[in-house]
Write a protein that binds this ligand. Sequence first.
Ligand SMILES: Cc1cc2nc3c(=O)[nH]c(=O)nc-3n(C[C@H](O)[C@H](O)[C@H](O)COP(=O)(O)OP(=O)(O)OC[C@H]3O[C@@H](n4cnc5c(N)ncnc54)[C@H](O)[C@@H]3O)c2cc1C
Length: 361
Amino acid sequence: MSLRVGIAGAGLLGRLCAWRLALAGHRVQLFEAGNLHQSQAAAVTAAGMIAPLAELADSEPLIHQLGQHSLALWPQWLAQLSQPVAYAQTGSIVVAHPQDRSLLVEFNRRVHHQLNTLSDNQRSPTTLNGEQLRELEPQLAGFNHALLLPSEAHLDNRALMAQLLIELKHLGVDIYGNSSVDVAPQRVGENTVDWALDCRGVGAKGSLPGLRGQRGELMEIECKEVQISRPVRCLHPRYKLYLVPKPHNRYVLGATEIESEDRSAISLRSQWELTSALYALNPAFAEARILASRVNLRPAFTDHRPRLEVMPGLVRLNGLYRHGYLLAPAMVEAMLYQLDIHRAPLTPSQEEISHHAVAAD
Ligand SMILES: Cc1cc2nc3c(=O)[nH]c(=O)nc-3n(C[C@H](O)[C@H](O)[C@H](O)COP(=O)(O)OP(=O)(O)OC[C@H]3O[C@@H](n4cnc5c(N)ncnc54)[C@H](O)[C@@H]3O)c2cc1C
């Protein structure tokens, strides 16, 4: 039976939900408050890392489990796009400067501890000495200790968001930009539907108690002098730095995590901290060109768990925090299951996802 589904919010979850529902033959309307092509979604600001192991150091095992499920889905889903989007699953690197080496040891210990609790020792980080690191990434020459987080992935998320819009148009999805809508059971804006999906990210704050936005700032740079092919995290006692390669000698350099809902431009302090940490990764980055800086809000609950709330005629998906690309496919599958569309068993089990995802804040 073909369902009429109305979706509020054309960010990461909204576009993925619309795509999977339309592919399954359902009639979908998608409403976006902002401009569709110059999206305000956090999904467009994001760095596009899919990093279940790195996140395990600071997050609970559920995030890792859902992330592993998403990691299995991403290549299958991306293969269904009519134009390819850059995606690589070649692992990521964690480094620390010699004076911060204890941070690397502690990071490794925490990840191993969490993997032990999951009885999963196949994906453990690999310890690298300087020579082994330079075999993988020759231009990380200044580091003698590193970790390889195998099987982590990254994708060109801005290209994906643009391509999803094209796919939705091909599939006949009705898409309305500059349309801020409210959501209620079987209603999106003025439209009556079988199911309403609330994918408004931080825009759903009034409907989801406890939801907040967390400010994240990052920069896009171009650097022809340094070639790094994998995401690199540099551990530092005061701030976090990651560098994610993008096509055409570009990199995304991020990201701050600031408890504020201020969306104004990047601060001088954040820009200075990010760029000085980058320079310390390889001094040749001094010649990089700053193409853009971006600021957005990560939609998060206090427990930093994702939320899937289901009631008759209404599903709310939210709280993906800094794990949007890591969790979205698993969460979209869980939504399809709730709508009785996807019947294959999920890993972790549907009960486990629902239990955690629907848990009160
Ligand atoms: C700096 C930064 C870096 C990040 N890096 C990563 C990363 O490397 N890996 C990762 O996995 N995640 C990352 N994230 C997190 C990821 O971006 C988010 O978790 C994800 O985008 C959340 O998806 P969403 O669809 O819920 O929200 P969004 O992507 O923000 O989309 C919500 C959409 O709803 C629209 N909307 C709001 N209100 C209304 C309304 N009333 N009517 C209609 N539309 C409305 C908004 O305009 C927006 O387009 C990062 C986030 C930030 C800020």
